[in-house]
Ligand binder design. Structure first.
Ligand SMILES: [Zn+2]
Ligand SMILES: [Zn+2]
Ligand SMILES: [Zn+2]
Ligand SMILES: [Zn+2]
Ligand SMILES: [Zn+2]
Length: 615
């Protein structure tokens, strides 16, 4: 890792984490140093190579919608260890810059004369650290980051103002550069960390900065984005945080599978692209256009299409797209690809319908089984939030912090190849089931838990137009999602996959769309050799589904697990589900292990299951 002087290498971080756990604006907690990952401008010297551009028009369009039209491309961040060795660094700076001597508790900025940066061994960034020389007049002692920070809900981050705080909002009456000490008695637990000023004997416990009362003891936000080193205007309330806290950084990423566009989407794209030259036929009818199709050069790109389709696409075309804040349905093209009568194919997408068809025993539920032999998933990083996770239902609710000082011209992206198995569920059967159980207490509890969860989470910034129940995915989603987890766990057990190397996509819109894709989506997945697609074969699929649904009848956490439904004050958003029966790793689940309930997939005694018991 590299950064500006004085620090060159301060430790190593796996670049694969850059998108998910330690991207722009995140603090990487290294053994001896805490480091903040810089914004795009800091990355640019390392990422100028054009070969790093990844072409994925759908994702680029979505990125431009979110980050602005200045974005011209998506660029790959290094994902493998091999790349890491090729001297491609992650630009970081030490942050927080306040250090505490582990021996004498001296508290000072690392820029002060008290602390020295030591990194004697080249190539051993893990040994980089700060020391207090002449500690107590004789020894050299290690200095560690003072772990307190302040953040506001707009994503700003600031140093904890120790000097200001210990002097109760003023400055030291005795010294211009007062001697501070941090007496950290509770191992970083804020409840017992005392700040002392040895120059004037002022003393204050950090406890006073915590909680609701603490807000009166902290300054207002100064609008700092230290990863960009630019000030902004902000007067929001600040909240104390500790390095390593889970709400310090939430990545905002979006992923798509590369699928060939279907004819309608392709035509739509062409109309947008040639909008100007099409003006020549703007007022023509479909018949008139049909008559000119062969002769008019402006219509050349459209000759393979039907004139009526072209007329319709022209009518639907709006010259200035994204006028509203409408979130595009990124799953629709994927759903269309997997369910097309003739499966499309290109360099990034190869899928075939299972020749054995849907196994007889599964026909009441499944209508199609597709082997996805080659898939590409591209993920783009759009920014991050602090204190609250981004809300996919209302993206403007939690402001996303910028990733660059100027208008971004690119966005970091990752690309992985894999394979998968796509199961289409009978949408009619699912909606019949849904209407049967819609008004049961179990569904009502899950639905109201979602509204409560959102209200609580955003209590600090509730707006008039806040709709607490927005985004409730529906009981149908819960069935598909639960089945997906059951299958992932079974596949991991039966086939020896690491379940963390599998990913899921749930296609559900409460209407005609009902399907599950389970796929491999990690750079070094074992599942790239046809192992996963071979599970589509009728006998194997029957066995896996049978085992998944049989295992789901019991959990070592029963009866507590089986009876569980969300209830206040708990924040849970799942029914009968726990680590023993349904949860999977964070990288595998698309919804953070929420919206899961075994009682919708197997009969736990209340007759709510979509599937009938296996004999
Ligand atoms: Zn010391
Ligand atoms: Zn003082
Ligand atoms: Zn702020
Ligand atoms: Zn359980
Ligand atoms: Zn999941």
């Amino acid at each position: 890792m590299t950064s500006k002087a004085p620090i060159r290498e301060v430790g190593s971080a796996r670049p694969s984490h850059l998108m998910f756990t330690g991207g722009i604006g995140a603090i990487i907690d290294l053994p001896n140093v805490a480091a903040l990952v810089g914004g795009l401008e800091d990355w640019e010297p390392h990422y100028r190579d054009d070969n790093r551009a990844v072409i994925e028009p759908r994702l680029l369009a979505e990125t431009r919608r979110r980050l602005g039209r200045s974005v011209r491309e998506l660029r790959l961040v290094p994902l493998s260890d091999e790349d890491e060795r090729s001297a491609v660094g992650v630009p970081v700076q030490p942050f927080p810059a306040w250090l505490r001597c582990t021996k004498c508790n001296r508290l000072n900025s690392l820029h002060s004369k008290f602390f020295t940066y030591v990194n004697s061994k080249r190539g051993r960034p893990d040994l980089a650290r700060f020391v207090h020389r002449n500690c107590g007049g004789k020894t050299t002692a290690k200095a560690v980051p003072a772990r307190f920070l302040l953040a506001c809900r707009s994503g700003h981050l600031d140093e904890f103002p120790y000097e200001w705080f210990v002097h109760k909002g003023g400055s030291c009456p005795k010294a211009e550069h007062p001697h501070l000490r941090m007496d950290d008695r509770a191992g970083n637990r804020a409840v017992n960390v005392r700040i002392k000023c040895e120059s004037c004997s002022a003393e204050r416990n950090l406890r006073e900065a915590m909680g609701a009362a603490g807000r009166d003891h902290l300054p207002a936000c100064r609008g700092r984005h230290p990863h960009l080193r630019t000030p902004a205007n902000c007067r929001e309330e600040l909240q104390p945080l500790i390095v390593g806290a889970s709400n310090l950084w939430f990545p905002q990423t979006v992923s798509v599978l590369s699928v060939p566009p279907d004819d309608t989407d392709r035509l739509k794209g062409l109309v947008a692209e040639h909008a100007e030259s099409l003006q020549i036929v703007e007022n023509f009818t479909a018949e008139q256009i049909a008559g000119l199709m062969r002769s008019l050069p402006e219509l050349k790109p459209f000759r393979e299409f039907d004139a009526a389709d072209l007329r319709a696409a022209m009518d639907a075309h709006t010259p200035t797209p994204s006028a509203g804040n409408e979130i595009p349905d990124l799953l629709e093209p994927e759903w269309k690809a997997f369910t097309a009568a003739r499966l499309p194919e290109d360099a990034y997408f190869t899928a075939v319908r299972e020749p054995g068809g849907v196994p007889a025993r599964l026909r009441p539920y499944f209508t199609d089984v597709v082997r996805a032999e080659r898939l590409r998933e591209v993920r783009a990083f759009h920014g991050f939030t602090r204190l609250d996770a981004p809300d996919p239902e209302q993206p403007d609710l939690v402001p996303t912090a910028p990733i660059s000082r100027g208008e971004p011209t690119w966005a970091p992206a990752s690309e992985v190849f894999g394979e998968g198995i796509f199961l289409r569920i009978d949408a009619d059967a699912l909606s019949t089931w849904e209407s049967r159980i819609e008004s049961t207490p179990a569904v009502q509890r899950l639905r109201s838990a979602w509204a409560t969860f959102r209200t609580k989470r955003y209590s600090g910034r509730l707006q008039a137009e806040f709709d607490p129940s927005a985004g409730w995915p529906g009981a149908g989603y819960v069935v598909l999602h639960t089945l997906s987890h059951l299958l992932i766990r079974t596949i991991a057990l039966e086939c020896g996959y690491n379940s963390a190397s599998l990913a899921e996509r749930i296609y559900s819109n409460g209407d005609d769309r009902a399907g599950i894709l389970i796929y491999t989506a990690v750079p070094d997945a074992e599942g790239t050799l046809g192992g996963l697609v071979s599970l589509a074969e009728p006998d194997r699929l029957t066995r896996i589904v049978r085992r998944a649904l049989t295992d789901a009848q019991r959990c070592s956490g029963d009866p507590v697990c089986a009876d569980h439904l969300p209830a206040e004050p708990s924040d849970s958003l799942h029914g009968a589900a726990c680590h023993s029966c349904l949860f999977v790793s964070e990288t595998t689940c698309e919804r953070g292990n929420r919206f899961l309930d075994r009682r919708f997939t197997v009969d736990l005694g209340d007759g709510l299951s979509f599937f009938t018991p296996w004999d």
